[in-house]
Design a protein around this ligand. Structure first.
Ligand code: SF4
Length: 162
């Protein structure tokens, strides 16, 4: 598994002169190229290489470019929740990925923070998710919290559409 600039250079996927710039990219946006993906890269400029190998230009912010293009930051009342529409919420209990596509539109959030919500953050997020789904009864919300904490890979919440 390649996780950093040194690994990219050692694997021949990036030139030595780009190492320092790629360390800066890696400090901002996570890098992960599993060996199975690495084996599919015939050339760093082929489609799979371009999908996973970081580039220094990732740190450029063009004039007029919005650093929060889909509004996740503005619409996140608590960690792990994006509440864009009144009657639904996006619950993100896990913020890690086995690969990190360079085009990922949630790349500011997927990867850099260790990937896991604390239990307190998870409880707060589950409350928001349950309320957004119309579960305002305290027992229903409590049931959603317990379900979410004990079955983190079994979403959606009980009685809630995926
Ligand atoms: S969340 Fe999807 S788009 Fe983003 S890095 Fe992972 S696989 Fe790629």
């Amino acid at each position: 598994m390649i996780r950093d600039a040194a690994g990219l250079v050692a694997a021949g996927l990036a030139p030595e002169h780009r190492r320092a710039a790629l360390e800066q990219v890696g400090a901002r946006y996570a890098v992960a190229i599993p060996s199975a993906m690495q084996a599919l890269i015939q050339d760093p400029a082929d489609p799979i290489g371009l999908q996973f190998i970081p580039h220094p230009d990732e740190l450029l912010l063009a004039p007029g470019e919005d650093p929060d293009p889909i509004g996740d930051d503005a619409l996140s009342p608590v960690p792990g929740i994006v509440h864009r529409y009144a009657d639904r919420a996006l619950l993100k209990p896990l913020l890690i990925c086995p690969v990190y596509c360079r085009f990922c539109f949630r790349r500011e959030h997927v990867g850099p923070d260790g990937g896991l919500l604390t239990e307190a953050d998870m409880r707060a997020a589950l409350v928001r998710a349950a309320e957004a789904a119309g579960k305002n009864d305290a027992d229903e919300v409590a049931a959603c919290i317990e379900w979410g904490l004990s079955n983190p890979s079994s979403f959606p919440l009980p009685g809630v559409r995926a």
